[in-house]
Design a protein around this ligand. Structure first.
Ligand SMILES: [Zn+2]
Length: 308
């Protein structure tokens, strides 16, 4: 049996309403428990549409056929008027995830604001957004969210300092190789990290990996020697890629993969290494992302997207 941490990022209203519903049904059928990270404030993700003027983003849109992957309504959300509050509209879907035994964490109050402006936000602005998201989730779940995952794997030491004031059990803010204790410039942060260790669908598709070859390629990356943490998106694997993802789950069962929430992966990872977090770019993803930085990694475990 090969343990695989399964993380579901939920960025938008439609991803919550449709994608999470689909994934919960799929997971129940396959008896899988995962970790869901919810965005619960305004859905302004449509503002991404304006980034079309940036050539790199346009290329990515064409490569992943974003309109068909995410749906045109998602790309338009928040462009002309304030986006709808996801936590208000989809409280029952969010609490269903928890009731069905999945681990539930906070992803964002306003995913777009964090993703596009994190480095400009003041600590007070960051704390205000996190508090709003945290309190909304407490209201919906009737308990504290278990964990936190920074939108788009973007995190800074300043944001981590703010987040240490909250009682999250752990974070999943970056890419890396295995759970670790973050120590940046000598400062040891309270919350441990469970990084995403495998590439995402949108990073692989269109580089050298066709949709048909994707499942096989992903399966080849999952080995017992490494810590396997996969992130999927409710908007993609719970929507346009649902059939392909179900196919992946069927193949995974044949490969003896055991999907687990990230908290379970963390509990099997004692003792934790200490690592720093640095920002870098990776193939297939626009902009910077936060990466675990350790000095003694074997070659195959380096952060980034392995070559398909
Ligand atoms: Zn996200």
């Amino acid at each position: 049996m090969i343990p695989v941490g399964l993380r579901v990022d939920v960025d938008t209203l439609r991803g919550t309403r449709v994608g999470v519903h689909n994934l919960l049904t799929l997971f129940a059928r396959h008896q899988i428990q995962a970790t869901f990270f919810f965005s619960v404030g305004p859905d302004n993700m449509g503002r991404h549409l304006w980034r079309l003027v940036r050539p790199k983003f346009l290329l990515k849109m064409l490569r992943t056929r974003a309109a068909s992957l995410y749906g045109l309504d998602i790309l338009l959300k928040g462009t002309l008027w304030p986006g709808p509050e996801i936590g208000k509209r989809c409280a029952s879907t969010i609490s269903r995830a928890s009731e069905e035994g999945h681990e539930v964490g906070l992803h964002a109050w306003d995913h777009h604001r964090w993703q596009s402006r994190l480095r400009e936000l003041t600590p007070v602005e960051i704390e205000t957004d996190i508090r709003k998201g945290y309190e909304r989730l407490v209201q919906i779940l009737g308990k504290e969210p278990a964990c936190f995952a920074a939108p788009a794997w973007q995190i800074t030491p300043e944001a981590l300092e703010v987040l240490d004031r909250f009682s999250f059990g752990f974070h999943s803010d970056c890419r890396g190789t295995a759970p670790f204790q973050p120590v940046i410039h000598g400062h040891r942060f309270c919350h441990v990290q469970v990084p995403t260790t495998l590439p995402t669908y949108d990073e692989l598709i269109g580089l050298d990996c066709t949709p048909a070859a994707y499942n096989e390629h992903l399966l080849s990356l999952i080995t017992p020697e490494r810590c396997n943490v996969l992130t999927i998106h409710a908007e993609a694997e719970g929507g346009a890629c649902l059939d392909q993802f179900e196919n992946f789950l069927n193949q995974a069962a044949e490969h003896d993969l055991a999907f687990q929430p990230l908290g379970a992966i963390l509990s099997q990872s004692d003792p934790l290494v200490e690592s720093s977090i640095v920002s870098q770019t990776i193939e297939g993803r626009e902009g910077w992302i936060a990466c675990q930085k350790t000095t003694t990694l074997p070659e195959h475990q380096h952060c980034g997207v392995p070559t398909p």
